[in-house]
Design a protein around this ligand. Structure first.
Ligand code: SAH
Length: 252
């Protein structure tokens, strides 16, 4: 059996209880070494075999999984954040399906949630934005034509940009082609929830310069939108005059 597990954004105590229990029972852990906090490997059994997938190809990862399965061993495939975002899990799952190897998936706290926590921010603010766009700048990995950053930027929604801090100049230019202005608030969160976490508040107009000034070149998210500004509407849910299934609103 193979267990895909979300490691969370970095802090070792932000893995789920289920994920931690699976790490404790694993005979083999294949972890995404570029981003997963190695402290989590401390949960492994003394005789657990550990591989760093940053140094492996898909074929090598699959070969380890097949070997473990043949020996009736438990494999944990440990991905950063939640495996469903930029985790390259589908290609592994399809290969396991083809081989008849059973697997399951344990979610994790994605770094986009870790970044919001680092900023004490809410992405979905009434009267500001009710939509979060999770995307990336095209780089060596292409992005479908209809999802270019500049076209997504026309909505002016909250945007969380993964895997793009090395292309921050292009990100800034693309954002300005949409609904954001030079003055739209933005932030860069480096290593959210790690001890070395760093947050940089800026605007879209100063995004690239602020990132450079902070010396941030990797493991960072760019977040953009007026959710970072001071203006918003109160929630309806907790408004004294609003009636819900659970609470009768007072007359205005
Ligand atoms: N599945 C992961 C994302 C993997 S893609 C998740 O759910 O978070 C790798 C990218 O995620 C990095 O380039 C960076 O943009 C972002 N990232 C991962 N961990 C991060 C962290 N702790 N702080 C900021 N960004 C992070």
């Amino acid at each position: 059996m193979v267990h895909f597990v979300g490691a969370g954004p970095g802090a070792p105590d932000l893995i789920t209880q289920r994920g931690a229990a699976l790490l404790q029972t694993a005979d083999c852990i294949i972890y995404a070494g570029s981003l997963v906090n190695p402290a989590l490997l401390g949960l492994a059994k003394a005789d657990c075999t550990i591989y760093n997938s940053a140094e492996m190809t898909l074929e090598q990862v699959l070969a380890v999984m097949r070997k473990n399965e043949a020996a009736h061993k438990i494999t944990v495939r440990l991905h950063t954040g939640d495996p469903c975002l930029y985790g390259a899990i589908r290609e592994q799952m399809d290969a396991l399906d083809a081989d008849g190897i059973p697997y399951d998936d344990t979610p994790g706290v994605s770094s986009f949630c870790g970044a919001a926590a680092a900023l004490n921010a809410e992405y979905t603010m009434p009267g500001v934005s009710q939509t979060v766009i999770i995307t990336r700048m095209e780089g060596r990995t292409p992005v479908p034509e209809g999802e270019r950053l500049a076209s997504l930027a026309v909505h002016g929604a909250t945007m969380v940009i993964f895997l793009s801090i090395g292309l921050v100049d292009k990100v800034q230019a693309a954002l300005l082609q949409g609904a954001y202005t030079e003055a739209t608030p933005a932030a860069v969160v480096y290593k959210a929830t790690w001890p070395e976490q760093k947050t940089v508040h800026c605007t879209v107009g100063t995004l690239a310069a602020s990132t450079r000034a902070a010396g941030i070149t990797k493991i960072a998210l760019i977040v953009v939108g007026d959710f970072l500004a001071a203006q918003y509407d109160r929630s309806k849910l907790y408004d004294p005059t609003f009636t819900t299934e659970y609470r009768k609103g007072a007359p205005q």
